[in-house]
Design a protein around this ligand. Structure first.
Ligand code: ADP
Length: 415
């Protein structure tokens, strides 16, 4: 009872407001993320009751063999700025459920949301020392401590593939377990039999959430030639409806990018594509002066690039912003080959009404997650994670707890 009263008066809206102010996403999205983040806490609190062991068939009369699951030990976690609440609860909740304490370094851009959650955890009765936050500007040194310390038994990271590789190499020195949720380059495949309106809405939602700054955002849209122009014109029309502005302003449907560097990164991808023959159907040309800067952040006009091809950087690199290139393909095999032509393998989306095609294409895609006629694929009950250079391990679902548990075989003799 006392814990409940300690939390009264602090709610979803307060956390959402902190998030919008420090990260930039519009308030409605921030509220959604708080609910999404909280869902992981509830899910893993329930899953803690289901950490089962095993009794194995015995190979001799006087022995019994069993397996128990134990907490892996202290967890070191490093998280990004794009989901300052959900990326924290996804790691803290399974760690605590497994019985591990966790030391977490939030992104330098977004420490406040994490500190607010830590405060709430303390008020809710999480024992002292179980959930620890180290905000700090010196990511490299903190990372070295977390990956090098002998007491830390597992490192979990969400962020860029570049940094993930550094952390894996560092963690290898003491053979720590690692979970890596790294970059993505999600393709949306739109086949000629698809419900085009549905495909437009799905691709749009998956592209522009958080101003295009999520690892499962639509990075590339591949459209079969017969429906290319129809898709392009419907998609462009909807993109033009976004209202860009301060995330706290109710009329805004898209906020700013996180930093000036992010704006420059997106600009340079657009510039490269235009130099290699692509064209804009809507949006902004590269901006090279200071006109994007404003009181509340760094804005980039939602931009659609047509006639994109594989020679462009945007075909292979992660686009962390509101820009989307649209490619044309002829056959199913071409589409699968184009979709797989990247080092990433996190999420992919397919739009088709043909059931056998949806099976064949889903199985051919080298991705950890595939949405068929659906792009809102994430929740606490599914295993979120990628293959190839998008990482290893899964977060959420009944599988998500395994990463925080160690298996011990016990042989009882002389029975
Ligand atoms: P992004 O490009 O999305 O900012 P990063 O991989 O650079 O992704 O950052 C994700 C997290 O990793 C942040 O918390 C950041 O501070 C941290 N980080 C960045 N570089 C390092 C490093 N060399 N060692 C440990 N942590 C790092």
């Amino acid at each position: 009872m006392s814990n409940t009263s300690a939390l009264s008066g602090i709610g979803q809206d307060d956390l959402a407001k902190i998030m919008t102010l420090e990260q930039g996403k519009v308030l409605e999205e921030a509220r959604g993320e708080v609910a999404y983040g909280a869902a992981y806490i509830e899910w893993f609190a329930e899953e803690a009751k289901r950490i089962y062991g095993d009794v194995l068939p015995s190979m001799s009369q006087d022995r019994r063999s069993l397996v128990i699951k134990q907490p892996i030990g202290v967890v070191g976690a490093i998280t990004p700025w794009n989901f300052p609440v959900a990326m924290i609860t996804r790691k803290v909740a399974p760690a605590l459920a497994a019985g591990c304490s966790i030391v977490l370094k939030p992104a330098t851009e977004t420490p406040l949301s994490v500190l607010a959650i830590a405060e709430l955890a303390q008020r809710a009765g999480v024992p002292s020392g179980m959930f620890n936050v180290i905000p700090g500007m010196n990511a490299v040194q903190i990372g070295e401590q977390l990956t090098g310390h002998s007491l830390v038994k597992k490192v979990t990271f969400t962020g860029s593939t570049r940094v993930g590789k550094i952390l894996m190499a560092q963690a290898a020195q003491t053979v720590k377990r690692t979970s890596m949720e790294l970059g993505g380059n999600a393709p949306v495949l739109v086949f000629d039999d698809a419900d085009i309106d549905k495909a437009v809405d799905g691709a749009l939602a998956a592209k522009f959430r958080n101003a295009g700054q999520t690892c499962i955002c639509t990075n590339r849209i591949l459209v079969q030639s017969a429906v290319y122009e129809e898709f392009l014109s419907k998609f462009t029309k909807k993109v033009q409806e976004f209202v860009i502005g301060d995330g706290l302003d109710k009329s805004s449907t898209m906020g700013p990018l996180i930093t000036r560097t992010a704006v420059n990164g997106v600009s340079s991808l657009v510039e490269d594509a235009l130099n290699k023959g692509a064209k804009l159907t809507t949006g902004t040309k590269p901006i090279t002066d200071d006109s994007l800067e404003s009181e509340v952040g760094f804005f980039y006009q939602p931009t659609v690039i047509r006639d994109a091809d594989q020679s462009m950087r945007i075909a292979k690199e992660e686009v962390f912003g509101p820009v989307v290139p649209i490619f044309k393909f002829e056959t199913d095999d071409d589409a699968i080959a184009m979709a797989n032509d990247t080092e990433f393998g996190l999420a992919a989306y397919v739009f088709t009404k043909d059931q056998s095609r949806s099976w064949r294409v889903s199985e051919g895609l080298e991705y950890g997650m595939v949405g068929v006629n659906e792009t809102a694929i994430s929740s606490e009950v599914i295993p979120f994670g990628g293959v190839k250079e998008s990482g290893q391990g899964r977060e959420g679902s009944k599988y998500g707890l395994e990463d925080y548990l160690e298996m011990k075989y016990i042989c009882l003799g002389d029975v």
